[in-house]
Write a protein that binds this ligand. Sequence first.
Ligand code: UDP
Length: 451
Amino acid sequence: QPSIRGRRSGISHGASPRPGEREGQDMSTPVWEMEPAQGQRRLVHVNATATGGGVAELLHGLLRCQRSAGLNVGWAVIAGDEAFYAVTKLLHHLLHGAADPGKLRPVLLRTYHDRLASQVPWFAGRLTRDDVVVLHDPQTLGLAPALRALGARVVWQCHVGADVPPDRGPGTVWRAFEKELSAAHAVVTTLPEFAPPSVPRASRFVAAPAIDPAAPKNRHLTPAEITALLDEAGLTTTRTAPDVTVVQEAPLPGDARVVLQISRWDPLKDMPGVIRCIEGLAPDVHLVLAGTDPTEIPDDPEGLAVLAEVHDTLAALSPQDRARVHLVSISMRTPVRNALLVNALQRRADVVVQKSLEEGFGLTVTEAMVKGRAVVASAVGGLRLQVIDGRNGFLVDPTDLDGVRSALTRLLDNPQLRRELGEQARKDTLERYTMPRLAADYTVVVDTALE
Ligand code: UDP
């Protein structure tokens, strides 16, 4: 068994508040992550978590950008409990075609709607007529009719999507949420084909996510900073850090070639599948899998189970292969350190892989690309938009392990190709996926919602 050092991720439940929770806060009501000013018309984003996952990451950058452009923006985070997040995770998997549509039973939908209904008074006391509210993802869609009834203009942005036929799951969600979808003045998806078919074409918008190249997650780091961050985290040393848990047999050698995947511990990210890729890669290639501490993302209840499967997969490897795999679990309680560590890991990597089975849009891939990394990504969902095969990275079939290994090896063995693809990746990302572009997309959506 691999040794476990530091605080054992996933074992320390509930002792201290979750990130985003506040002292004395009533956990049945939303909280302002960022309160808008009174007076002028407001643009209020609403989602399920202030940290962890792509939407939270995106909103931090987007709000900075919208605020500096002079908009009166706010961000509210809804409350939830285990039963609510179990339903929202099912909705997420259904939209990815990764759950049995029969599981969406009426009793679950009742739980979902009850939890949201009790939060409407909070909004009623804060929103004024003609505020524009952007509800993010299925967790908040249920609020649309009530917020519209309060006089707000309602936009729903769905960051989830997959190339699956409606009868594999999405159709079930669209049918169950017909009323909520018709209450939205505009619906935004990452690709046109992810839009619910019942929404009139004039109300449908497409907006790909974006990153902030100047944020701690992406800003330039000197080689000395990268070394210090990885040393402090205990990846390249035997140190222990209070906010990072590393599982490895020995520190990552300085001269190892590194393949990295960063994800939430979600079944669709296929971390166990990434581990299996180590078999057959050259002996100096090491694999680093990094993810958020799974106890810290309230709307992601499957993290511990996935982490357990990751450990089982590790245990089944030969001792030689196991010694080349490093697991890093990062706390969100120290968000800037977390972002800098992710940044350092991405810059240390020779190749960044995203072997997702489905993916609406992978911010981790965009973050790697803006750093000039060579990427290998699954040819699914939004990743097909981000990576242009052979131009700025490689696309692979995530179910074909040999295909993934051979794309990794091709890049690992050819530094010149890595540099060329990486440089193109950086240019393409700066051109297509930065915050000013997303803020401009929003201007069009908001104008339509206000018509
Ligand atoms: N992330 C992070 N720390 C971690 C793991 C992930 O900050 O330990 C961030 C990552 O950098 C990215 C986001 O979480 O910004 C994940 O977004 P993505 O779109 O790739 O996937 P999602 O979690 O939304 O499915």
